[in-house]
Design a protein around this ligand. Structure first.
Ligand code: CP
Length: 367
C-alpha cells in the first residue's frame, strides 16, 4: 500500500504512468466510469480549498466511487483537539483512501503513519502539494510535449509556496532544466530545497528579484500568490503582497511559445488582461488536476489491493531512519511542523548520508 506525501514518493516512471493513465482517461472516459464502484474517498480538509477538494471528489465520482467529506475542521472533532493521527485512524474505518489538506507541515505523513488506508497529501502547510504538481506536469506535457531542456521561472512566494517546492522536486528528475527563481529576498526558496534537491540534481539555477528582466528567457512563467495565511507578521505581508504583477504589457516580452501557469487561486498577481492570451494555461491546469487526481486515486487503490500488507510512507521509508530510541530524544525545531502542535506524533528523522538528519514531516534540518 502506497501513500503519496511528496511527489518524490513516485518514481519518474510512475509519474509517466500517471500521465499516460490520465491521457487514456481523457481519450476513453466510458471505460473508467465504474472502475472504483463500491470504494469510498474521504476528503479531510483543515484548510480552505476550491480546486483540490472538489476535483478530488469529482475524480472519485467519475471513477464510480463515492465520497465522504470533512470540508471544515471546525465542524469536526479537530475542534475538540483530536489529533491528525487519531482522525486518520478513525476515518480508516469508513473509507478506502484519504485525501488530506492541513495547515501544518507533515500532517499527511502523520495521518499515513498510523492509518491503514492510502493517504494523499492535498497540501501540508508551506511544505508540499504533490497532486497540484501532477496537474502542473500534465499541463506542461500537453502544452510543451516534453520536460527536458525547459527554462522555468518561479515567481512570487518561493518560501512558503508548496506548489513550487513540489514542482521543483518533480522537475529535478528531468534533463537540462534551468530554474529562474524570482522572489523578494524575504520569500526566497528555502535552503533545504537548494541543498536537498537542486544541487544534488545538478540543476542550473539563478535567484533574482526582477520579473521584467527574466521574462524573455522563460519557457514557463509559474506565478504564485503571496500567501497571507503563511505570514506570522502581517506588516511584512502588506509590504510584500504586490511584489509581482504579470500583465499584458509584460507578456509582450515573453516568448511566443511561453506558457503562463499558476496553481490558483490568484489575487492580483496575474492581471485579468492576460486571461485571453493563448499562452495563459492556468485554467487548463484546473482541468488537468482532475484528470491526474483520477489517475492517482486509481493507481493507489489498485496498489492497495495488490499489496495490502506493505506500507510505503514516502520519505520515512525512502531514506535511512534514525533509530526510534535516539529519535525520541530529539525534537524538530520548526514551529510550523505537525510534531510541534501535536507532540504525540512520533518523531521521525531521516538522512541520506548517515550524518545530517532532517525531520521526515517538514524536512527541517535537525540542529
Ligand atoms: N491550487 C489549489 O490548491 O487550489 P485550492 O486551494 O483551491 O485547492
Amino acid at each position: 500500500m502506497k501513500s503519496v506525501i511528496d511527489i518524490l514518493d513516485l518514481s519518474k516512471e510512475e509519474v509517466q504512468e500517471l500521465l499516460d493513465s490520465a491521457m487514456d482517461m481523457i481519450a476513453h472516459p466510458a471505460q473508467y466510469r465504474k472502475v472504483l464502484e463500491g470504494k469510498k474517498l474521504a476528503t479531510l480538509f483543515y484548510e480552505p480549498s476550491t480546486r483540490t477538494r472538489l476535483s478530488f471528489e469529482a475524480a472519485m465520482l467519475e471513477l464510480g466511487g463515492t465520497v465522504i467529506s470533512m470540508a471544515d475542521a471546525n465542524s469536526s472533532s479537530a475542534a475538540k483537539g483530536e489529533t491528525v493521527i487519531d482522525t486518520a485512524r478513525v476515518v480508516s474505518n469508513y473509507a478506502d483512501i484519504i485525501a488530506m489538506r492541513h495547515f501544518k507541515e507533515g500532517a499527511a505523513l502523520a495521518a499515513a503513519s498510523k492509518g491503514w488506508i492510502p493517504v494523499i497529501n492535498a497540501g501540508d502547510g508551506g511544505h508540499c502539494h504533490p497532486t497540484q504538481t501532477t496537474a502542473d506536469l500534465l499541463t506542461i506535457y500537453r502544452e510543451k510535449g516534453h520536460f527536458d531542456g525547459l527554462t522555468v521561472g518561479f515567481v512570487g512566494d518561493l518560501k512558503y509556496g508548496r506548489t513550487v517546492h513540489s514542482l521543483i522536486n518533480a522537475l529535478s528528475r528531468y534533463e537540462n532544466i534551468r530554474l529562474v527563481l524570482i522572489s523578494p529576498k524575504e520569500l526566497a526558496l528555502p535552503q533545504y530545497m537548494i541543498d536537498n534537491t537542486i544541487r544534488p540534481a545538478g540543476m542550473e539555477y539563478v535567484e533574482t528579484t526582477s520579473l521584467e528582466d527574466s521574462i524573455p528567457q522563460l519557457d514557463i512563467i509559474y506565478m504564485t500568490r503571496i500567501q497571507k495565511e503563511r505570514f506570522d507578521d502581517q506588516d511584512e505581508y502588506e509590504r510584500l503582497k504586490d511584489s509581482y504583477v504579470l500583465d499584458a504589457a509584460k507578456m509582450q516580452s515573453a516568448k511566443a511559445d511561453c506558457i503562463v501557469m499558476h496553481p490558483l487561486p490568484r489575487v492580483n498577481e496575474i492581471a485579468v488582461d492576460v486571461d485571453d492570451d493563448p499562452r495563459a494555461c492556468y485554467f487548463k491546469q484546473v482541468l488537468n488536476g482532475k484528470y491526474m487526481r483520477r489517475a492517482m486515486i486509481l493507481k493507489l487503490m489498485r496498489d492497495a489491493e495488490e499489496h495490502p500488507d506493505t506500507k510505503e510512507l514516502g520519505i520515512a521509508t525512502r531514506l535511512k531512519r534514525m533509530p526510534d530510541e535516539q529519535a525520541k530524544r530529539c525534537k524538530c525545531g520548526n514551529p510550523k511542523c505537525i510534531t510541534f502542535t501535536e507532540p504525540s506524533t512520533p518523531n521521525i528523522f531521516v538522512t541520506e548520508d548517515g550524518t545530517n538528519y532532517r525531520c521526515a514531516y517538514c524536512e527541517t534540518a535537525l540542529k
